[in-house]
Design a protein around this ligand. Structure first.
Ligand code: BDR
Ligand code: CA
Length: 326
């Protein structure tokens, strides 16, 4: 692979147990020379903005990338939206943050995530891929401050939405969209080719303890493996109790699916669509909708992933995580 074809990535994230798996997978791909990390921008979502910021810092250190810039998340304008700490732990990473080295980044002096996104996209128009795996508050804030800036990204891939399956936070909504539906609509409106990886795909990607063991075999005594095993166990516990996996003894690695799409696109089937978000609904806040009527479609804005080869997906994830750990 020549350097020009290596994706330069900004990862926008709200760790989050499944976010951690995505961050580590990306670190492995960077280590192998398949990707370049431009910045990580943290966002409020699964837990508060300061907490997601320090989680990013700690996970970066674990994977050996402590010098990367980390952005601090924009606070949600709407008050009192419920987070997902009941799934991810009160610290967002399985209540394991105290077992990790302290964060090496300072929240108070960090630049805001939207500022980093605007600056980097303007510096390298058409070059940077944004992978967004939390609520889309930062991306929307960047677009609002600097209209048209998201069109300067080479590609934007988001874990968001639920189309032909139930939601995971309400009967109709997926968490990242539900948390800030207006932001999701702003990002969808910002370009005509957003790649959307929804629950329809990610709910099939159940990571099990056996998979964690396979990953850990390469260096069972390392801090990273101990952390991954403990996180996996925690996430399985909450996922089972909230019946997120249909009884399968594992937890869904929703966010990792975005990297699966970017680096192993042959494993996914996507469909062209015009996606809209319910921003007002009393019962349907955050619902994502596609028009399936047999009539000519205009205003298409997205590619939506609807199928994945789960066996090959996990083969790739497991082998890449092993490379990071070795
Ligand atoms: C999404 O919601 C969060 O809880 C996860 O980290 C993921 O990004 C799944 O709906
Ligand atoms: Ca997430």
């Amino acid at each position: 692979m020549t350097p020009a074809t290596i994706p330069k990535i900004i990862l926008d994230t709200d760790p989050g147990g499944d976010d951690v798996y995505a961050i580590l997978w990306l670190q492995s791909l960077i280590k192998q020379g398949f990707a370049e990390l431009v910045a990580i921008t943290s966002t409020q979502g699964n837990v508060s903005a300061p907490r997601t910021f320090s989680n990013v810092s700690q996970v970066l250190q674990l994977g050996g990338f402590r010098d990367m810039e980390v952005g601090r998340g924009i606070a949600l304008k709407e008050e009192a939206v419920e987070d997902a700490s009941h799934i991810h732990g009160s610290d967002g990473i399985g209540n394991l943050s105290t077992t990790l080295p302290a964060p090496s980044h300072d929240y108070e002096t960090a630049r805001y995530s939207d500022e980093i996104i605007i600056e980097r996209l303007n510096a390298e128009p058409g070059e940077i891929t944004i992978v967004a795996i939390g609520p889309l508050t930062n991306l929307a804030a960047a677009e609002e401050k600097s209209p048209g800036v998201l069109r300067k990204a080479k590609e934007i891939v988001v874990m968001a939405g639920a189309f032909y399956c139930p939601g995971n936070v309400t009967p109709h909504a997926e968490f990242n969209v539900w948390f800030n539906p207006k932001a999701a609509q702003t990002v969808l409106d910002s370009r005509d080719n957003l790649v959307v990886v929804p629950l329809d795909v990610t709910r099939h990607l159940i990571f099990t303890q056996e998979m964690a063991q396979l990953v850990g075999q390469v260096k069972p005594e390392s801090d990273l493996v101990k952390f991954l095993n403990a996180l996996c166990q925690f996430m399985i516990g909450t996922s089972l109790s909230y019946r997120e996996t249909g009884g399968v003894n594992g937890f869904p690695v929703h966010d990792a699916a975005t990297l699966g799409y970017l680096f192993y696109p042959e494993l996914f089937m996507l469909r062209r669509a015009r996606v809209r978000v319910e921003t007002q609904g009393r019962w349907t806040r955050g619902q994502t909708l596609i028009d399936d009527r047999l009539s000519p479609k205009v205003g298409l804005n997205a590619w939506v992933a609807l199928r994945v080869d789960r066996v090959k997906f996990f083969t790739s994830l497991i082998e890449d995580l092993k490379v990071l750990i070795r």
